[in-house]
Design a protein. Sequence first.
Length: 565
Amino acid sequence: MGPRGLYALECLLIALSKDDKEIGITLFDITKSPGTSTVWSLLQPESNWINITERALSGIEGRPQITYGGCTIEAFPSYHEWCNFSQTITEADTFPPRRKVGDYLYQRYKSIEEALQVLTSFKFYQSTITALNLKNDSIEIISKDNQWTCDDVLLTIGHQPTESSEQLKTWQSHGASNTSISLFNTAYPIDQLKEIKNQQAINIGIRGFGLAMIDVMRYLTITDFGNFKVINPETFETIYYKVKEQHLKLVPFSLDGLPLVPKPLNARIDHWYQPTSEELEWFKSEIENGAQHTTKTDSIDFLTHAIARIASRVFKDLKTKAVSNVLNKDELHKVILNWLEDENYTHDLIQDQTISTYKLIKDYIEMALGTIPVSLDFCIGQVWRHCQPTLYKAFSHAKVDDAIIEQVIALDERSKRYSYGPPIESMQQVLALVDADVLTLDFVNDPDIGLTDEGWNFTNANKESITCSTMINSVLDAPKLLEVTSPLIKNLLQNDLIQPIHSKLGIETTADGYVITPDDKIDVPIAVLGRLAKGSVIGVDAILECFGPRIEDWAKAYVERLKVN
């Protein structure tokens, strides 16, 4: 019962109300605040920010009034109406704490619960489900201490733990045999780090250089010892001031060492990269032609050529706002294709990734501010972000080989360094911590890591070294179904009730969300929406996708099944 479960409930109630039907609805969630999930938890600190502009949350639309089971569920406002959002095109975009969005989601859920609490057919249990068993035409739902029976199940369980990598397994063994060092297998919930937050003279390694790393970084440095101060509100230039010396050192690292790229400052700059409505319609047609027709496709040219065409037009229109370009349209198109096909491709129009990480972050910040000419890769990344909703809708349930699905998802994941980038202020904070000698970028690019009695010893290409007594894994697991370790998913796999669409991807489902079992031998009344269906659908991680047409399609399909049965 996170955001996707909340919207599924709303869509279900709307669909049932149209046919004046009432059914038994039982909700399960481990949290005390249904609608939020752990991502939007009300209990997390304010240092966890959203990475989508508040302006873009216009996609969380209001809910109409619903009459169901003799009860009236009042209409609920859109997110923008709820928080009285107002912003001019030149004002800097806002990125509020995630718990602010969580508060909206929880209130939206509570308005349903309060209206339906008089119905004995509507129940909520704060419980973790560990197994589903098919018994004749019914499904047994099993938790640690209880069980229920139902006719149909919708799973919107989001992120699930997966098998640890070999590196993490080695570290876990190392940490288990040495009580003087600490390993945190995940970054969340972030308040688990409270025990190390105000320690003195501590070096902390952070595995990963993405959004979760920024949450960890901010949580560990807003302390009794220091805090951030924005000294230029127009650029979010930031300093980290120390109240007293802590001798804290944060050591982030990743396989490529490349930093996140911040989003444009405001709506005016963001509009530079906006495809026209005609371009998006054409893009949708190209993706559908490549993905949804029966003609065999053996490459993702249908995607890369479509992006290249739009991005080349946008880049040319930037004129003096972009780095100097003497290429004609066809030549530029080819350069974009080369970069999309090879992330190591270099060109004068593409930002040099070999410069220092500090300078690279600074350059991308200035591009986001619109104060230096924009590189071609920055432009492509922003165009990709604007095309993503159309791509997600047009490509989901594609009729192409699994390998093609995997390639499309891989390219979209690669784009997220740009398209899912953080606010400018977050990256200014990274630079501020480097300036304050609290965070080092010296080991960010795939260092050698040796295990010692003191912890983890990092060595970089320059043979410099540092030892960390604490390690935090901030890398989120990919939704590889066969590697998921949660009891519920293992149970479903063991009972042949689900199957992966690809060995590296998630559960295969129909267009309306119902699972496709091995050999398609039985019609199982289990539907899956969200992250674990990655492969059948793409774009599952975005909050706006939790309020999208896939959820509406499931609700309509369920009610149709209800009529038949």
